[in-house]
Design a binder for this molecule. Structure first.
Ligand SMILES: NC(=O)C1=CN([C@@H]2O[C@H](COP(=O)(O)OP(=O)(O)OC[C@H]3O[C@@H](n4cnc5c(N)ncnc54)[C@H](OP(=O)(O)O)[C@@H]3O)[C@@H](O)[C@H]2O)C=CC1
Ligand SMILES: CC(C)(CO)C(=O)C(=O)O
Length: 293
C-alpha cells in the first residue's frame, strides 16, 4: 500500500516508520527532520529499535492509498486542504481532541476516526523515540462497520502494528476526550507529571473535568457513564505516571496547545454547565496569550 503520513513529527514519524516495515511510506513534514530522513533515513529508538528508509517531503505526493493525519489539531484544516491535492482513497486522523474528522471530511471523501495509544517523541532530526507501545483503533467517525476501516486495519496489522476496527468510535473518542480533558490542562497548569493526579486536589479537578465530559457525551446521545470516564482517567494516570502530558510540554515550551479541540470542544458542545472544563480552557488560553513572541 502507498501510505502517506501528513504531519511527520513525533507520532507520525513513529507510525510511518512502523508502517515502512511492510508498505511504501511517504512522510510529509517539515525541515530539518524531513531533510535528515531524506539524507540518512529514519531511526526508530526506544521501545522498538530499527532503522528504515521512507520517502520524505515537505509537500504532499501525487497520490496515496491511505493517509494518516498526525498534525496537532489546530493544523487540521490546513492538513485537509493539502491532502485534497492528492485525494487519498482513505484518510484517518490519529489526533487527540474532537472535531478533526469533520474538518478533514470537509475536504476529503473517506475519513476515519483513529485513536493511537503509542507514545512518541521526536528526539532529534531523523530520530524518533517510541516511549510506549500501544494500539491503534480505527473506525467510522459516526460508528458502524466500515470497509475502509477494515482495509486500514489490515494494512497496519500486516506491518505488525496492534490495530483493531472499532464500530463504536464515537464512544471511544469521547472516553479518550475525558482522559485528555482531565489530565492535559491540569498537568499543564500545575506543572506536574501525570502521576501527580493519582490522588489529592488535582485528582478531584481532573475527575470532575472527566465527569463533565461524560455528561456532555450523553447529551450528544453517547452512552458514556461518569464512572467509566473517571475509571479511564485513573487508569491512564497510573499507566503514564512518569509522562509529561503533551499540553504540559507545550506550555513549558511556550508553544500552542490543543486546548480548543480538548476542553474547548467540551465547552462548545455542552448544553449543561461545564464549569471545570470552562475554567481549565480559560486558564490554558490565558497562558497561551502570555507566551512571549
Ligand atoms: N506524540 C504522541 O505520543 C501522541 C500524540 N497524539 C496526537 O497526535 C497529534 C500529533 O502529535 P505529535 O506528533 O506529538 O505532534 P508534533 O508537533 O510532534 O507533530 C506534528 C508535526 O506536523 C508538522 N506539520 C504541521 N502542519 C504541517 C504542514 N502543513 N505540512 C507539513 N508538516 C506539518 C509539525 O511541524 P511544525 O511543528 O513545524 O508546525 C510537526 O512536525 C496530536 O493531536 C497529539 O495529541 C496522540 C497519541 C500519542
Ligand atoms: C494520554 C496522555 C494524557 C498521556 O500523557 C496524552 O494523550 C497526552 O499527553 O496528550
Amino acid at each position: 500500500m502507498e501510505i502517506l503520513i501528513f504531519g511527520a513529527g513525533s507520532l507520525g514519524s513513529l507510525v510511518g516508520g512502523l508502517c515502512a516495515r511492510e508498505h511504501s511510506v511517504t512522510l510529509v513534514g517539515r525541515d530539518p527532520h524531513i531533510a535528515a530522513v531524506r539524507e540518512s533515513g529514519l531511526a526508530v529508538e526506544g521501545a522498538v529499535d530499527f532503522a528504515t528508509h521512507t520517502e520524505a517531503r515537505t509537500t504532499v505526493p501525487e497520490r496515496a492509498d491511505l493517509a494518516f493525519v498526525t498534525v496537532k489539531s489546530f493544523d487540521t484544516p490546513a492538513a485537509g486542504r493539502a491532502l485534497a491535492d492528492c485525494d487519498p482513497e482513505i484518510t484517518c486522523s490519529l489526533q487527540n481532541g474532537l472535531g478533526n474528522e469533520e474538518l478533514l471530511a470537509a475536504q476529503l471523501d473517506t475519513v476515519l476516526a483513529g485513536i493511537c495509544t503509542y507514545g512518541a517523541r521526536l528526539a532529534s532530526p531523523g530520530r524518533v523515540e517510541c516511549t510506549g507501545i500501544g494500539e491503534i483503533a480505527l473506525g467510522a467517525p459516526d460508528g458502524g462497520s466500515s470497509a475502509a476501516a477494515e482495509r486500514a486495519v489490515e494494512a497496519l496489522q500486516s506491518a505488525d502494528i496492534d490495530a483493531v476496527h472499532d464500530d463504536g468510535m464515537p464512544k471511544r473518542l469521547w472516553r479518550k476526550l475525558a482522559v485528555n480533558a482531565g489530565i492535559n490542562p491540569t498537568t499543564a497548569l500545575a506543572g506536574v507529571e501525570n502521576g501527580a493526579l493519582a490522588d489529592g486536589p488535582l485528582h478531584d479537578v481532573a475527575s470532575e473535568a472527566a465527569r463533565e465530559v461524560a455528561r456532555v457525551a450523553r447529551e450528544q446521545g453517547i452512552e458514556l457513564a461518569e464512572g467509566e470516564a473517571v475509571a479511564a482517567l485513573e487508569s491512564v494516570v497510573e499507566a503514564t505516571a512518569r509522562n509529561t502530558s503533551s499540553m504540559a510540554q507545550d506550555v513549558e515550551a511556550g508553544t500552542k496547545t490543543e486546548i480548543d479541540a480538548i476542553n474547548g470542544a467540551v465547552v462548545d458542545r455542552a448544553e449543561s454547565r461545564v464549569p471545570v472544563n470552562r475554567t481549565l480552557a480559560a486558564l490554558v488560553r490565558a497562558r497561551e496569550r502570555g507566551y512571549p513572541d
